[in-house]
Each structure stands twice: as C-alpha cells, then as structure tokens.
Design a binder for this molecule. Structure first.
Ligand SMILES: C[S@@+](CC[C@H](N)C(=O)[O-])C[C@H]1O[C@@H](n2cnc3c(N)ncnc32)[C@H](O)[C@@H]1O
Length: 226
C-alpha cells in the first residue's frame, strides 16, 4: 500500500439483498428513482459527456448482426448503432418511462428496433438468439448479478459476446477510483466483484479500465462451452 492506494482490506463489496422478495423490493425502489431520473438523464449525459464516451466503448466490439441491449435507459447508445441496417436490434429495460423515451428516439431516427419492458432476470427471448448482448452502467443496479449473467449468457449464441461496462474497484486500488466506487454504492448501487461473477458464470473475458481512475471497466466477454 502507498499513500495513493488503499489497503486490500478496504475492498468491500455490497452485501446482496437476501432472497427473492428483498431483491424485488430493491428493484422496485430503484425503479421509482428511475422514473424521475428518466427526466434528467439526457441532461446529465450532456453535462457529463465522459459517460457517453464510456458507454460508447462497447461499439467497436460488437460482433454479428443480432444484437440485444439490456437496460438501455433513455436509449443514447441505441442511437449510436441501432440505425445501421446490418444490425437487427432488440432491447429490454425495466423502467416504462425509459422504454418510452428510447422508443421515441428510435422512431425519430426511423430505426427498426424491437424495444420492450421487462427484467434482465427473466429475459423473454429464446436460448442462443443473439450474437452480442450489451449492458452498460446497469449491472451494479441488479440485486442478483449471477442470475442476470446467467440470463444474458443463455440468450447468447455459442462464441457470442457480452459487452459490459460498469463500476468496480480499480485494479491498482488507487484512492480516487476507490472513492468513486464507494460513491456509486452511496447512491444505491450494489457494488460487485464483476470479474468473479463472470468467472462463476463461465465467461472468458478481458477486463479493460476505460475511465474513472480505473473504476469504470469494459468487460469483453465470450460465451464458452459449459
Ligand atoms: C443507470 S441506467 C443505465 C442506462 C444506460 N444503459 C446507460 O449506460 O446510461 C440503469 C438502467 O437499468 C434499468 N434496470 C434496472 N434494473 C433492471 C432490471 N432488473 N432489468 C432490466 N433493466 C433494469 C433501469 O430501468 C435503467 O434504465
């Protein structure tokens, strides 16, 4: 440990809500917050454009043509790829207002996407339907990360990609990145050891630090044989 780094003993992950009922309660509480956040989310991204840069980092890693974006929020990222005619894009988000906002953006752009309201924990898609699943800045908001990963893996084709961007502690444990992650937890996120969760889910992955003093990670994950 140096002055600029935190001791390993300080690396703590958020205790998970216990049981299905507590998990659902957490999601409902966050969903009420997303109702009002939907009104200011685009403004937030305008004021803080790094966010857009972080989530756009997935774009060069998309493979194939069948794409699913899980938890697209107000749909900024969709506007950056869903208009391309060689993609067939589906999307799902739990918050109805977010779905309506994203749908409006897609209609304005004339993009043919299939957006619906629903939960990552129960994706309404057949096994092995997608080449790429995109998930940005949402994983730390899921009460059951293992379940979410299992579902995203199930709907991916063999060799397909999960592109996941979210906060986790910086690998070098620097203080600035550490406090950003602690802040995310303060505002309600469930901070997870994402690498360990991807290991448990059986993904092969590369973990790239893309910002926030190493606290914003892009995970480029490949579905392997079980
Ligand atoms: C912080 S926003 C991220 C939006 C966007 N992907 C981005 O990168 O800015 C998190 C989104 O996750 C959605 N969400 C939260 N829990 C969910 C769940 N269990 N299933 C599906 N979507 C969920 C919320 O409705 C919200 O739109």
């Amino acid at each position: 440990m140096g002055l600029l780094n935190v001791d390993e003993s300080k690396i703590r992950y958020t205790p998970l809500p216990l049981g299905r009922a507590a998990a659902d309660q957490y999601t409902e509480k966050m969903n009420r917050e997303y109702d009002w956040m939907s009104r200011v989310y685009d403004l937030f991204m305008f004021i803080f454009p790094r966010w857009k840069v972080w989530i756009r980092s997935v774009l060069p890693h998309i493979v194939g043509s069948e794409i699913l974006e899980v938890s697209f929020g107000p749909g900024y990222l969709l506007t950056r790829y869903a208009t391309k005619s060689y993609y067939r894009v589906s999307g799902i988000d739990f918050n109805k207002r977010m779905v309506a906002l994203a749908q409006k953006k897609m209609s304005k752009l004339g993009a043919m996407v299939e957006l619906r309201q629903g939960k990552v924990e129960q994706l309404p898609y057949d096994d092995a339907s997608f080449d790429t699943v995109i998930n940005t800045m949402a994983f730390t908001g899921y009460p059951d990360g293992d379940r979410a990963l299992a579902e995203m893996k199930r709907v991916l084709r063999h060799g397909g990609r999960l592109l996941l961007v979210d906060f986790d502690y910086p690998k070098n444990r620097n203080r600035a990145g550490y406090w950003l992650v602690r802040f995310a937890e303060k505002v309600g996120d469930i901070v997870k050891d994402i690498g360990a969760a991807l290991d448990r889910a059986g993904f092969a992955y590369e973990d790239r630090a893309i910002g926030g003093f190493g606290s914003v990670h892009l995970f480029i994950c490949t579905k392997k044989d079980d």
